[in-house]
Design a protein around this ligand. Sequence first.
Ligand code: PMP
Length: 305
Amino acid sequence: MVLPKHAYFRGKIVPYSEATVGVATHALNYGTAVFGGIRGYWNEEKQRLFVFRPHDHFRRLLNSARMMCMEINHTPESLTEIMHELLRTDGYKQDVYIRPLVYISEQGIGVRLHDLETDVTMFALPFGLYVKNDTGAHATISSWRRLDDNMIPARGKVAGAYANSALIKTDAVRAGFDEALVLNVDGHISEASAMNIFMVRDGVVITPPVTDNILEGITRKTVMELARNELGLTVVERSIDRTEIYICDELFMSGTAAQVTVVTKVDHRNVGNGEMGPIAARLRQLFDDVVRAKNPKYAHWNYEI
Ligand code: PMP
């Protein structure tokens, strides 16, 4: 595994080997941490790294922390400054993934959220494709169910909840699939293990609403905006039944790591004609230009390092 070069740890940037916690740390024992995942894209022509929508990612991170009663003295702006300094120190000239983490850093036994010391850390890593087959993935419907808002809120990126995602992903991969779609307890589709999902039926782009136990994805929001404004498509947020997935024309997943990953098969059934559809293809191209700071109309989403 590639390790980060540096980390922001206990208030300053240090060599990664110095950013260590004790084994009694609350977050390690109880999953009491919230995190983010942000991509930085290397623009070869401009010889610059551009981070995609960091302000939105940090706002979501702080909201996740609020849901988990974690009190930290930060704003999206102060976290952006830390990220800036970290990436300047790392000096990567390639695509990277940035991982901010707010965690209960106190050491000892006792399950609770209140009156515990909380800290912030951040690191970055070189990063390529997350789903290797991102133009023709084969997905399954997981036998696991998505955590409900009244169990661990999916709209918060809570570390402990990712045990659910890890079970979903591992069972799918071991069964020979690239990814899995996950049903809510009520049987509707929520999302994939770490991506939001979209289907196309009769030219309409459909994605589950934020009340269906999904993470409120920043890539999801981006894709919705590009589909509406650039392709003139109707985008609808509504619950999705399992069998709609078997008969839809196109299916794709969105996420910071997964970007726009196309699913061409679900449980051995072809999606549409079994090849990438025209809407997914156009969205992938648009998305790539936007995140790489090649589309001036969306330059406000590209934070330059
Ligand atoms: N759902 C889950 C469960 C995720 O972990 C992620 C990745 N952050 C997403 C959706 C996609 O969210 P975003 O587009 O903000 O990365």
